[in-house]
Write a protein that binds this ligand. Sequence first.
Ligand code: NDP
Length: 311
Amino acid sequence: MARETIVFSSAVDPIAPWREGLEAALPDVALRAPPELSADDDVRYALVWKPPEGFFAAYPKLRLITILGVGADALAGRTDLPDVPIARLSDPAMAQMMASYILFAVLRYARDIDVFEAAQRDRRWHYVHPREARLTRVGVLGLGELGGVAATELARLGFDISGWSRSPKTLPGVRTTSGIDALDAFLAETDILVVMLPLTGQTHHLLDARRLALLPAGAKLINASRGAVVDEPAMIQALVSGQLGGATLDVFEREPLPTDHPLWTLPNVLITPHLASVALPASAAAQIAANIRRLRSGEPVRHRVDLTRGY
Ligand code: NDP
């Protein structure tokens, strides 16, 4: 007998924990990878991260696509998408994991740990007098589900926090501003810049040579959203000249970062392999299941992405 099925596609996420989480939350629904599908499977839903081109054509009864992550750029620009709602994950545990990465990276700079790491390599006792958190100006670009939590956590630690978004926002302890016209002034007053913007037509290479030059000399950059929001050659030039004092980078224009890429050799760069936050089946399965239940009962799907706006 046919049962409703979620088809799963990801080259990076193991299927087993998603199957366990979703089949527990929705006992009458199966989760299958394409090779496991049989005539009993009535594929109504897809859970995907960068599925192969043409993937969706095999599932004409699809009613919902859920991105196995947050960034809609994983699907933007594709011409093979069916006309069904597309939802992203919206998981407080994912936001908390991202906040832990951002807090680590900001604290490392604010407490001069990068300076001591370099001094230790030279067996140098290098005293730098600590500064109060309120004297370090941290600017967060993007105040969405992840950036917003990171900004409020930083505010809780006493940093001088500003945040920038497309539309106006209010966040406790965070000075907020919005719109492209406010960006230049925002950058000029930021000692540590945190990039939490989605990659869209508007944000591609938003941080170019001109805007990087607006930061105070020696400012630090933390990019944990998408590599191409920053013009990489311009960033490298700024890191070499000292305009940027350092960068913590989890994301790159090309991933994995090629072994001969100049970023590997810059002493003031910390590289992590795109893992600031990951999709967590134990908590996200409940959200996906809730959306499927909403769809079945005719209610609007939550956490939809708008591919025309890009996020
Ligand atoms: P959201 O969509 O919830 O928020 C995006 C934020 O960016 C919003 O505040 C939005 O403004 C703002 N924004 C979008 N476009 C513009 C623009 N043109 N100008 C100014 N502000 C803009 O995203 P999340 O916070 O959930 O995630 C952010 C990104 O993090 C994801 O898109 C993904 O690329 C990346 N990511 C990286 C991971 C990693 O491991 N490195 C893991 C997960 C996600 P507004 O509020 O007005 O809409």
